[in-house]
Write a protein of this length. Sequence first.
Length: 209
Amino acid sequence: MFGLAAISAFPAGLATLRNGFTIRYERLDSQNATTRLYLSPASDNYVDVPTADIVRYEKLDLPANPPSNSESAAPATDLDEVIGAASTRNKIDRDLVVSLIRAESGFNAKAVSPKGAKGLMQLMPETASRLGVQDPMDPVSNVEGGTRYLRELLELFHNDVTKALAAYNAGPQRVAQYGGVPPYQETRAYIARILSDLHRQKLAQKKNP
């Protein structure tokens, strides 16, 4: 069970997962088989990761005065508007897109995976090119392209969210090959993480309509 008393004093850092992805966190709480990474100072903004999937932690050396130029991260309200607009255009539940971004990049617009996936929604170069995304590090372009790709997958798999998420992670060819979610622990954990976060968002909205 996680609680405020158990939150460790680990400083902000990057957690590198076994699959090569990194998640930026403000603080973490490790409870045996599960590690909770808090993505912001808010206690309800977190992602739970199997502790065994975390390879290492890296401390982030944050500047005393963060840059205020165009290279700095976009304000959360701006990103929320970007996600909302892209979700509406592509007729996708905004909360699903938020959960996917949280799982893919931890809202790090500059995230790059060892396989070359980039940006908030971790677009592979060939996918970004096909979708017309010239700069995958640009939050607006990345979210628009990633959301459009998710819409393609939902249509391909007849609006089956689980299969669409599996395809986003492992590739549509693998989902077709296995007739459903591939037997990959990484993919199954990925789907569970997103759906759990989506459920958490929906519950929070019911409590605070």
